[in-house]
Design a protein around this ligand. Structure first.
Ligand SMILES: NC(=O)c1ccc[n+]([C@@H]2O[C@H](COP(=O)([O-])OP(=O)(O)OC[C@H]3O[C@@H](n4cnc5c(N)ncnc54)[C@H](O)[C@@H]3O)[C@@H](O)[C@H]2O)c1
Length: 295
């Protein structure tokens, strides 16, 4: 495998393109939004500069990696030579199903089509193509250049060969792949989201305050970040939509999202990206300040 097409140049797409280019692959970075592509290339340059200043990447290797990334707004042009596609577009089922229908038509017959989805069924995505054996989940973690895990998700029809090629490729990026089957939330979010939801219920029921809950989990369980801070970082809307996938997928009331989470998302308080969630964020400040709404 030599040519990788990454679709979507947002938070995850830029990190995925960064890592493939760093490890010698030719990368076509594709987005419908030209501004997003420009921002992604600037972010990749900045993040690689940081690696150079830390001594983990040489200046020459950085320049070579950047020269391996080409950007496209036209899907057909971007995926023409791809051996592997990693789809990291917006988490919306109709966008992803339409993209995979098109990819199936546009890509070479042997191209592996992977998705970085956090919660959408790989089996459902594979079923809109004529190659469900070559459709697989490649769930990178944020920030991609730093986080070691790739959750490799086998859809119902994904072949053994495609699974082992994807595992091997992840190792070539010096990541640690873990193979899992395709059920709602896979493994990572099936375990993480109920914990976050329970932390929100603990707050909602007045058992403890925000800082107290996060401190218990940081100091008591050695988590690097408390669950409420982590929920803000992931995005409360994203947490809510993954909980709904778990709730609908298993039909089990234990996954029902906490009404406080639903209210916060409906009111537009979606965490760090909107400036306020459980904490309030001031640009340029690293201080963690509890939202005045909870005082
Ligand atoms: N953010 C995270 O922490 C995280 C972690 C793991 C997985 N994911 C998954 O990764 C995927 C991307 O998430 P993100 O946070 O990078 O989103 P994002 O909103 O930062 O970026 C999405 C990008 O996709 C582009 N896009 C939308 N429709 C497109 C199309 N049809 N063709 C090409 N580009 C298109 C948008 O213009 C945007 O630039 C989602 O499936 C998400 O669930 C996210």
């Amino acid at each position: 495998m030599k040519n990788i097409a990454v679709i979507g140049s947002g938070t995850m797409g830029n990190g995925i393109a960064h890592v493939f280019a760093q490890y010698g692959y030719e990368v076509a970075l594709i987005d419908i939004n030209q501004q997003s592509l420009e921002k992604a290339l600037a972010t990749i340059g900045k993040n690689m500069d940081r690696q150079v200043s830390k001594g983990t990447l040489s200046e020459d290797d950085k320049n070579a990696a950047i020269s391996r990334i080409k950007s496209f707004t036209n899907l057909a042009e971007g995926v023409a030579n791809a051996d592997l596609v990693v789809e990291a577009a917006t988490e919306n089922i109709s966008i992803k199903l339409e993209l995979f229908r098109q990819l199936d038509e546009l890509c070479k017959p042997e191209t592996i089509l992977s998705t970085n989805t956090s919660s959408i069924s790989i089996t459902k995505i594979g079923a809109v193509t004529k190659r469900p054996d070559k459709v697989i989940g490649m769930h990178f973690m944020n920030p991609v250049p730093v986080m070691k895990l790739v959750e490799v998700i086998r859809g119902y029809a994904t072949s053994d060969e495609v699974t082992s090629l994807t595992m091997e490729l992840s190792r070539k990026l010096e990541k640690v792949p873990v193979e899992v089957n395709d059920y709602p939330g896979f493994v990572a979010n099936r375990i993480l989201m109920p914990m976050i939801n329970e932390a929100i219920y603990t707050l909602y029921e007045g058992v403890a305050g925000i800082e107290e809950i996060d401190t218990v989990m940081k100091l008591g369980m050695a988590h690097p970040m408390g669950p409420l801070q982590l929920a803000d970082f992931i995005g409360l809307d994203v947490c809510l939509s993954i909980l709904r996938v778990l709730h609908d997928g298993f039909g089990n009331p234990k996954y029902a999202p906490c009404p406080l989470l639903v209210n916060m998302v409906e009111a537009g308080y979606k965490g760090a990206k909107t400036g306020e969630g459980f904490y309030k964020y001031t640009p340029g400040s690293k201080e963690l300040v509890v939202s005045p709404r909870f005082k």
